[in-house]
Ligand binder design. Structure first.
Ligand code: PLP
Length: 401
């Protein structure tokens, strides 16, 4: 039957009915090990009892009131996110793109409120992904996503990721901020070098610029720290988060220091749904688990084990896997075979991975996975690689369309 969904996705011919932990059960009854986590969203896996309880309890009481009133659940979530980060304020959104948009607006407003309205330019990086709104596709500057959508929003100067000299050269009288993903996700799990990130912080401090991190994919425990910026020993001024904070419920936020947020006064920004009681109740439930003693250490330890296992697969299948990269449970398998074929072959082995740029398969499992899932996942990925050695995989990908 033809689909009435606008055909902007090349969807696999696979639908899921329910899930538990890191496992999804398809409408056919077949079980899949989800090493993609709904693109780093299902941070606590599927049907986590604490999340379900929070959703059901709040769902039976009150979903939405608008931001014209006090929202105690949002107050609490904002206070906890600020307590767990560099920030003094949080603004809640419904998606990652909106969180990045809010971060961009906040940086521009800061410069304007500081007497520099001309400093609306933001330096961004090739290979970045910040969402699909006009501002966020303009920020990332990827021609594939800009093509045909008219003139991009001005004020973004895009340079090579990791090239500090190029950043220095791009700073001009109109520059007001730098926007970076510390670990590029869609770009192919490209981890920024510590010298690069520390260099960006220094350049911002020296030139009166704000440092904006896009941690929509890397934040909320994914890398074995609450936020990836902690890996670098510096802090941004503004940070966008989403994905993991809602555990599957649409929720994002941008976090900001008091100083960087000084322009965002009453009336400057808004949202109808953002931070409503239902979303922020779920966000609080996610934090109950992620901030519980030992949970971040668990992610770091299980991530190291998974990475080690993937490196073993690379050694065993050098014709299929070129490189393993990433931190915590934000890992990438750089492939020597086409990533679409690899993802299709993995599905045939009943394991899900997520294609990214740079011919990388992303491994972003729920943060709650244990040793058993790691062992099973590695076994299935080993079998996936073996399909290429038997030359079965390309045929599968063609069959899957
Ligand atoms: N920023 C990053 C780093 C992302 O990975 C994504 C989504 O993949 C976004 C922003 C956009 O988030 P959303 O799709 O929720 O708008």
């Amino acid at each position: 039957m033809p689909s009435s969904l606008l055909p902007t996705y090349a969807r696999a011919d696979l639908a899921f009915d329910h899930g538990e932990g890191a496992w999804l059960t398809a409408t056919t009854g077949e079980r899949y090990l989800d090493f993609g986590g709904g693109i780093a969203v299902a941070s606590l896996g599927y049907s986590h009892p604490h999340l379900v309880a929070a959703l059901v309890a709040q769902g039976g009481k009150l979903w939405h009131t608008s931001n014209l009133f006090q929202i105690p659940q949002a107050e609490r979530l904002a206070a906890r996110l600020c307590e767990a980060s560099f920030a003094d304020y949080a603004f809640f959104t419904n998606s990652g793109a909106e969180a990045v948009e809010g971060a961009i607006k906040t940086a521009r407003k800061y410069q304007s409120a500081s007497g520099h309205p001309e400093k609306f330019h933001i330096i961004t990086f090739k290979g970045a992904f910040h969402g699909r709104t006009i501002a966020t596709i303009s920020a990332a500057g990827n021609p594939k996503y800009l093509e045909g959508f008219g003139p991009p929003l001005g004020g973004f100067d895009t340079v090579e990721f990791g090239d500090l000299e190029a950043v220095k050269a791009a700073i001009g009288p109109q520059t007001g901020a730098i926007l970076v993903e510390p670990i590029q996700g869609e770009g192919g799990i490209r981890v920024a070098a510590p010298e690069f990130i520390r260099g960006l912080r220094e350049l911002c401090d020296q030139n009166g610029l704000l440092l904006i991190f896009d941690e929509v994919q890397s934040g909320v425990g994914r890398v074995g720290k609450m936020f990836a910026y902690e890996l670098y020993g510096i802090a941004p001024d503004i940070m966008a988060i989403a994905k993991g904070i809602g555990g599957g419920f649409p929720l994002g936020a941008f976090l900001v220091t008091r100083e960087a947020g000084k322009g965002m006064v009453v009336g400057t920004h808004g949202t109808t749904y953002g931070g409503n009681p239902l979303a922020t109740s779920v966000g609080n439930a996610v934090l109950d688990v992620v901030l519980a003693p030992g949970f971040l250490a668990h992610i770091a330890a299980i991530g190291a084990k998974l990475k080690q296992g993937l490196i073993g697969l690379r050694d065993a299948h050098p014709g299929v896997i070129a490189e393993i990269r990433g931190e915590g449970l934000m890992l990438g398998i750089a492939l020597s075979v086409p990533v679409a074929d690899f993802a299709a072959a993995a599905r045939a082995e009943h394991i899900l991975v997520i294609p990214a740029a740079d011919n990388v398969a992303r491994v972003l499992p729920p943060l709650v996975i244990g040793e058993a899932e790691v062992a099973e996942g590695l076994r299935r990925l080993d079998a996936t690689c073996a399909r290429f050695e038997r030359k079965e995989a390309a045929a599968l990908s063609e069959a899957a369309g």
